[in-house]
Write a protein that binds this ligand. Sequence first.
Ligand code: 5GP
Ligand code: SF4
Ligand code: MG
Length: 466
Amino acid sequence: CGVFGAIGVSNAANFVALGLHALQHRGQEAGGIVTYCPDLGFQSDRRMGYVRDNFTSREVMEKLPGTIGIGHVRYSTAGAKGQTAIRDVQPFFGEFSLGGAAIAHNGNLTNAAALRRELVERGSIFQSSSDSECIIHLMARSMGRTIPDRMEDALRKCEGAFSVVAMTRTKLLGCRDPLGMRPLVLGKVGDGWALASETCALDIIGADFVREIEPGEMVVISAEKGVESFFPFRARASRFCIFEHVYFSRPDSIIGGRSVYETREAIGRELAKEAPVDADIVCPVPDSGTPAAIGYSLQSGIPYAMGIIRNQYMGRTFIEPSEQIRNMGVRLKLNVNRALVRGKRVILVDDSVVRGTTSRKIKEMILEAGAKEVHFRIASPPTAWPCFYGVDTPERGKLLAATMNEEEMREWIGVDSLKFISLDGLYRAVGELNGRDPMRPRYCDACFSGDYPVAPADMLEQGFKM
Ligand code: 5GP
Ligand code: SF4
Ligand code: MG
């Protein structure tokens, strides 16, 4: 998901809508905006579909007045899969003592089922099936004397991944979980401030990127005091999601002082060093494989070619929740540039193999178009474990790499060769020159390694075996 907040700007909703539009790649199912103005109180609008189709008309935007606002773009992970109900769309907003608050959450709480059970037993009335709603109920029940105190209190009870943007009547709040699994950045816009999942959302509103919110940091932003910073959690070594670098973030965003594009190009270079092959052209599986394919081409000296063309008007396939639509999606979205691949030995670079269905279909299309050989090169290690921290991966049994080794996967996809970047290679490419330190890994890489930095308590309870 993507989160955004703005304070101290006229018409905050316009900034939020633009910010969310720039974060649309993080969630395409639904979006929502909450604002506050003294005359009307909190106003909220949540809708299914793209930001550009929902939050552009004057009619909608006029009903979201105020100088403070937050927003969320949603893609569903755990919970009510398939059909997002409007009641599951964030931000969640609640009136309680001290004036009420709204929150938008990116990530996934690993103890949400347990928290919900407890809250329901004590009388909380849930509106949605979302893990994130726990946070607002915990805030409402907290004995904290201010809303920021209550948010601190609430988030100390939460486990898992959370980058949260929240608002009171007068303050904008932001917080990252102690491991800093999901991103969150701070920007300055005129006399006001913005919080966003990624820096690309600051660029679109002309805000200056100030810094990343630190893992475990909470910021409280108000007109009187500016940005105040707190560290409410026990300090721990951070574990940012390495898959943000590979796939999830936008290539023009800055993470850890480097553009995601540069990191992806470095991943492609590393892949070319680890898994060279004699071929005529390097083609990305667009768009997610493009920067890595450029890196592979630069490193290997094999010419880059746009052998597959993407229809820009389809969304990201994996964000469509139903498997049937996803299977259709490959052909709706991608087409082979026949003139380029006919008679050629083709290297295809993609970011990841999850179920393997995309790779298999693309191979078919490329061979149909007359390619002589097809070699897959993948910019991440085999995805063998599900993510419980906010990225939508299917259950373990549906992951190709959970049941097959590399040779079996090659055979199943039906290509001349298949190679994945090693986990050490991926760490080197993201800037860890010595690779992955198994005693103290710097990133979350659980979907590749099975090393879960936070025990997925709810899933273990349901019988998941680590
Ligand atoms: P597959 O067909 O192997 O499941 O899909 C892999 C391709 O689609 C990759 O190019 C990746 O960009 C995208 N993708 C499809 N489904 C998922 C998913 O559930 N999780 C992630 N992380 N990527 C996916
Ligand atoms: Fe990211 Fe994978 Fe960890 Fe999920 S399991 S947070 S996708 S690295
Ligand atoms: Mg892809």
